[in-house]
Design a protein around this ligand. Sequence first.
Ligand code: KG4
Length: 364
Amino acid sequence: MHICKYFRTFAAVFENMDKPVVILAIESSCDDTSSAVIVDGVLRSNVIASQKVHEEYGGVVPELASRAHQQNILPVVDTALKRAGVTKEEFSAIAFTRGPGLLGSLLVGTSFAKGLALALNIPLIDVNHLQGHVLAHFVEDGTGLKHPNFPFLCLLVSGGNSQIVLVRAYNNMEIIGQTIDDAAGEAFDKCAKVLGLPYPGGPWIDKLAKLGDSTKYPFAKPNIPNYNYSFSGLKTSFLYTLRDMLKAHGVETIDELAERVPNLREDMCASLQATVVDILMRKLKKAAKDLGINQVAVAGGVSANSALRQAFVDYGAKYHWDVFIPPFSFTTDNAAMVCQAGYFKYLDRDFCAIDEVPYAKTTI
Ligand code: KG4
């Protein structure tokens, strides 16, 4: 950061030291436009506009996502302010998701945050989306959410990531294991697509799995070292199971197969879900045992999965872990977690320059 800008930013902070700390956050990394406000560490609002435009395409279309962010961002921020009962003149800093994510989507939130910070002459705080997911566990939302103690392990599972993160402090995280190919959420979404279910498929798999037999189809499990994951073999195993059944029944479509095989979709979903959960939990258990850590959290979109949430409860009871499962509203992309990460960075006076650019890929 240029030295003059640096001093100006600090001057703005010192002038406002006796005022409440008000952080506005903007999240636009994928297909949810979200804005949140935290006042003195307490969440006041968290507004999310999900984009329905992608449903008919079976996946997020990046160009459509950026356009929808442009349409949504002003009303979303405006609603977040109104719900929080604050005005923009009260902001102490603006936090925004800098990455990882879709570059076009990130650009909308980043540009909006920069414009607002410049106009108000207040600091700008860049937030790593993945760290945001982990720090969702520290949001004070008035519901008495239990926070993990440091160090803790966080299983971070979303559409683009499957990682085990060792969290030593708010600002000290290390990825100790991660997928070497696909993410767990991607495996859910792709397998759901093969079954002819809508996008995103994860919630559909979860729903249908409740009606199925999780032992019906024994899918392949990876055998890779350390705390790393792999889900591409499972996807292939799922696909080949269906392919073989189509051949055996002499039919060409999943709908035709479902007419011949009772409970096909339900049993496939239940078996897939049980396999994914087992793969995730085994490595997490190994990491917790090896590192002697009993504070274990889960985060990211896939943490909404009911079987994974139940597995956390069961493992917690069996292995004497303190488990931390986020409320549903903080599992998928949301600005509350970005705001929380921004609030911690504000307390550390960890600001970014106005010319920082978003990044599509990054690590923690
Ligand atoms: O964290 P997220 O909202 O977006 C990123 O990928 O950053 O995660 C989205 C992923 C999708 O793959 C979606 O299918 C999955 O989370 N997901 C679920 C469930 N709800 C969302 N997967 C399994 N079960 C669910 N209930």
